[in-house]
Design a protein around this ligand. Structure first.
Ligand code: HEM
Length: 420
């Protein structure tokens, strides 16, 4: 150990992290020891906690020095089973160059801004239906009745999931997402069975597309390629389907629920959006900055290397704490710890300053899609769910990785019949 940092915060304790992001602890690490060796605990081996943007950028942008593959980029439910670990390594997020570059080229072409923009009318219609179901009631369990709906709908639309399969799909996704939370009582066998069934569903979608191809769709771009005819093979396609679920659903649900919670807890900020809805896209960016869905992604050093003022050894794990980088005063100014929906007005480059979607080679492929989903949802919710209030404490997933919301009861002024 060559770290003099006296601060050992239990950042890997899932129970502790489920009570909210420990912004104060992260601020202490950031100012006192931004590259800090954290001791082994019952929840994790030793690791380096990176809490400043400079080092997070350095690590993210040097995949040759810091591997996403060796110990993967995320905590992995596959446990120690080498066969399953091998499958996890075939997910794009866990690939290193040169495989990663090759694979990313194909999937990147499927997720262009244009492809995402084309989905907007459908998203808006869906958002209205979601709100229609609860508006007259004046209360709801926000996480399942509202936040969960849009990302699921979007992935089904992208993957051309037939409507009769959507319910099974949504149940399987819940099993996969709940795997780490002891309260949800999902065994690792259940999780593996769900993943296997999702693989089968993906193969069915690919087979259906082959017999009945529709040009210009995301599925077509993935399976048939749009640049130099490069496409994914069957296994790669199924692996991509799994990462869309793991990376695209819980993250956007989380941002919707945490965003709503932040607006309820800061009524003066919510009022600004009620008075001027044109501020909503900027407010979404502030929600993303203030409360990133992922607490961290991780890398493994491929050789001895200096990070900040520390000597990191080959094989060491480094965890990049995005919520910390997003609250850095030197980047966001003296009010960096404040939630301010007008921040984007005075900081037009806000989008590229925060690290909620990562940075470098693995930068989130779904960032346009997530922003669009969130903007549409908040644009549709804010005028209709008036004076929202929290009914008790919200409950989070027990996870050290994602700050997902399990339950959040809210009430609001009920909409009279015929009003909207
Ligand atoms: C608020 C929502 C989201 C957040 C906070 C988020 C965050 C992230 C982060 C931090 C990474 C970087 C991983 C790393 O550097 O190791 C990432 C990668 C990725 N995300 Fe997202 N994501 C979101 C939504 C989505 C959506 C909607 C999709 C797709 C439908 C998606 C698909 C992906 C994929 C495929 C990667 C891997 C890219 C690669 O390895 O090259 N994400 N995401």
């Amino acid at each position: 150990m060559n770290d003099e940092c006296p601060y050992q915060f239990n950042l890997m304790d899932p129970e502790r992290m489920s009570h909210g992001i420990p912004f104060e602890d992260l601020a202490t690490l950031r100012s006192q020891c931004p590259v800090s060796r954290q001791d082994a605990t019952e929840h994790s081996g030793e690791f380096w906690a990176l809490t400043r943007r400079e080092e997070i950028d350095f690590v993210s942008k040097n995949p040759g020095l810091f591997s996403s593959s060796i110990n993967m980029a995320h905590p992995h439910p596959a446990g120690d089973d080498p066969a399953e670990q091998e499958i996890m390594r075939r997910l794009i997020i866990n690939m290193d160059p040169p495989d990663h570059n090759q694979y990313r080229k194909v999937v990147r072409n499927a997720f262009t801004l244009r492809a995402v923009d084309a989905l907007e009318p459908m998203m808006r219609e869906r958002a209205r239906e979601i709100i229609d179901k609860i508006a007259a009631r004046g209360r709801c369990e926000f996480a399942s009745e509202v936040a969960a709906e849009m990302p699921l709908f979007v992935i089904c639309a992208l993957m051309e999931m037939p409507s009769e399969k959507r319910k099974e799909f949504s149940d399987l996704v819940d099993v996969m997402i709940g795997m780490d939370d002891p309260e949800l009582n999902v065994s690792s066998e259940d999780g593996q069975l769900a993943a296997a069934r999702l693989f089968e569903i993906a193969m069915g979608l690919a087979a259906e597309h082959k017999t009945n191809p529709r040009e210009g769709t995301v599925l077509d771009a993935l399976l048939n390629g749009v640049v130099e005819g490069e496409a994914l093979d069957e296994f790669e396609f199924c692996a991509f389907f799994l990462i869309l679920i793991a990376g695209g659903i819980e993250t956007t649900r989380t941002a919707t629920s945490q965003g709503m919670r932040l607006l309820i807890e800061h009524p003066e900020q919510l009022q600004l959006l009620v008075d001027d809805p044109s501020l909503i896209p900027g407010a979404v960016e502030e929600i993303l900055r203030y409360h990133p869905s992922f607490n961290y992604m991780q890398r493994t050093a491929t050789r001895d290397v200096t990070v900040g003022d520390k000597q990191v050894k080959k094989g060491d794990i480094l965890r990049m704490y995005y919520p910390s980088a997003n609250h850095e005063q030197s980047v966001f100014g003296p009010d960096s710890e404040a939630f301010d929906v007008t921040r984007a007005q005075r900081m037009p480059e806000l989008k590229s300053e925060h690290r909620t979607f990562g940075i470098g080679q693995h930068f989130c492929l779904g960032s346009h899609l997530a922003r669009k989903e969130l903007t549409v949802m908040f644009e549709e919710m804010i005028p209709r769910l008036r004076n929202p209030r929290l009914l008790g404490e919200h409950r989070q997933l027990v996870s050290n990785f994602i700050s997902g919301v399990k339950e959040m009861y809210i009430e609001f002024d009920a909409e009279a019949a015929g009003e909207d």
